[in-house]
Write a protein of this length. Sequence first.
Length: 301
Amino acid sequence: MTGAEPEAAELEVVEYTDPLCPWAWGSEPVFRQLRAALAPGARWRRVYSILFDTDDDPAPDPAAETAWYSRYVAEVAAHTGAPRAAELDRVARSSWPASLTARAAEAQGPLVAERVLRRLRESVFVLGRPADTERRVLECVRGVPGLDTDRLAADAASAAVAGSVRADRAEARAPLPEVLDLDGPSPHPGRAKELDEGFRYALPTLIFRSPAGHRVVPGWRPAEAYAQAVLELRPGRPATPARRPSEQVMDLHRSLAVRDLELLTLDGGVPPGALRVDTAGGPLWLHPDEAAGHPALAGDR
């Protein structure tokens, strides 16, 4: 969770997401820009929607499924401009371990929580090894600056965190009527996903709520769509993004893709001292402190 506390917020943003979703990964630069533009007068709440559930049927041919999903991720990355791994070792078996860990990390503060979620996303789209088991999750987040890994593992295994993520899953499967028959723009219009037991919000979906009402912005949308939703709920008070020097942006986020540099920094330049990680979808840049424990650079140490 990021932003102001609930009682202080004049605007709530609810983000339906999954740590292992390629569209959510590709949307992160725009969401980072929006979070910065809305702070501190907004509460941003993530709902971990469980893209890969435990009751999903196993693939009859895992290798073929992985090859197909790799092509799908490449197609998504072609639209979003996000980094992607050259090869996936498998399709994620479950979103639960990553979602439980992302929720548990919130107890260690917003900066640590953001960095943990970023690592979980990078497990798929940079490393090609989805954080879909407890062991893989801990391998992925080990070395995150400021993270107490033992506390994270204990919290992720707690009944309170499990109950919280179960509530997220249920909330994501009760979408608002306006997304059920939505005919939005390609390539990802955001129509609710039909499941055996009903529907789930397409990922990502943002819902903006204020005393003036609510607006839903689902699927893959430009930054202007989110800004327009905010403006309709807060007339005369646009969500104006503020660009900052690349060093400041890197100090905050610790991991930047090309699109992050374009949207968040003054000149789009690479921060001094940043370490480059090459992917099939372009470079990822890491803060030196982040790079020191990052699994993408483990072979360089």
